[in-house]
Design a protein around this ligand. Sequence first.
Ligand code: HEM
Ligand code: HEM
Length: 467
Amino acid sequence: MNQQEGYADEIVKGFIISSMVWGFVAVLLGVLISFQISFPELNIPPYLSYGRLRPIHTNAGVFGWGIGSFMAFFIYITQRLAKNRLWSPGLARVQLWLFNTVIALAAVTLILGMNRSKEYAELEWPVALLVVVLWVIFAVNIIMTIVKRREEQMYISLWYILATLVGVAILYLVNNAAIPVSLTKSYSAFAGANDANVQWWYGHNAVAMVLTTPPLAIFYYFLPKSTGVPIYSHRMGVIAFWSLIFMYLWTGAHHLLWAPVPDWVQTLAMGFSIMLIAPSWAAVFNGYFSMKGEWHQMQQNYLAKFLIFGITFYGIQTLQGPAQAVRTFSAFIHFTDWVPGHVHMGALGWVSLVLFAAIYYTIPRLYHTEIYSIPLADLHFWLAVTGQLIFSISMWIAGVQQATMLNATNPDGSLHYSFMETLIELYPYWYIRAGGGVIYFASLLVFIYNIAKTISAGKAQAVAQKA
Ligand code: HEM
Ligand code: HEM
């Protein structure tokens, strides 16, 4: 098949550009809410207050930037690994419109204060129903393309893609079960501790099925493509895949340690979280071992830098995650800024770096041109890594500082510091985080400029060829 003409790639362009727009919104809002924490007078109630903007930030980041790009690359990768055109390009076009409509509706409803108060499942039922339709369209299209594939072997990325499609569907349907009382209000079908348990079963598996399996699918595809080296061990990848999927499903209650959910549920979550180190690091080793004899590419090939730093941040995060799932450690860092430090090591380091690499790889090919500027891509890389590390490390230190203060007791056993006193000590760290955010935002502007110039050069060349 003629790759450029045979595959439904126009739609991939649409998803990449949409996800970049939502990524821009997410990072801009991230910087804004960082400043709102540092300078509370920047809160303008009700619409521009932290409480309204924070969920828009997380939805735009995880769903707009994350899932938007995953849709692009699942369509791109599946066609190539299945050696088959997308089952229905028409459905994919509907999906693109619906995707942008849903994210825009999410932003509007959240800013108006319509919120189910469940983290990562905030959207009220009419929007949630649209998400279900969106996901069904997406899943059917990809699964049918895989079913009708012309290549017998299922490359590792396809397993991760299938897990994402099935996993998200199950999680979303169960956790969104609700009883509507009006067009803008519903109540969860679960109550009390059960509700919390279901919510965090969903919540952490959103980490698994949105922030882990899709970037892994993309990493496993684009590392060999970008560097020309084969993946070190396909078998290790597949074994790690099945154990990762099996283990993740039990870990949700590590968000509820010391909460009134049964002790055995917490212990189970703790045990499986620790075991997760093995399949997570299998992917890290697979990446590192693939580069054996090719490490010079880290200097010469900017894509290798994005991908290998990305998987390294994944490695750090999947050591940190199991550690903070241990009861005693959780008691120390839960309710502190340590957790946003953990989150953004993954969101800005792991997920975003891998997505940047995939976009840098595909855009020039989709527009039949070269990347506009490799020095600018390098600048983007260093600014992004610097901003991300300033964010994560400042929050880890802030978390430890706050944890020690919260745990300090007087000789009579009473608390030495009030919660407010701990917050006042955090201001310097919040300023530093906001600074890191500004650097990351600058890196994003460089990235968008580079990609926009590449696209316009590709379009200009296409026009010149036709003339
Ligand atoms: C420079 C860019 C960014 C900045 C400055 C930023 C800033 C923030 C801030 C201040 C919070 C609230 C933390 C708190 O609860 O105290 C937050 C939460 C969050 N952000 Fe970002 N963010 C950025 C990019 C992103 C991106 C790109 C994603 C997703 C891919 C993301 C995902 C999240 C998530 C999931 C949370 C909730 C974390 C939690 O509940 O612990 N962020 N962000
Ligand atoms: C071995 C893998 C991992 C384990 C065992 C793990 C464990 C944990 C634990 C225990 C928490 C709760 C911290 C607390 O509130 O006390 C947490 C929070 C979180 N983790 Fe991880 N983590 C892992 C990997 C990842 C990865 C790869 C990401 C991707 C970005 C991620 C994203 C998040 C997010 C978004 C939260 C915040 C949830 C919230 O409170 O809103 N984690 N993780």
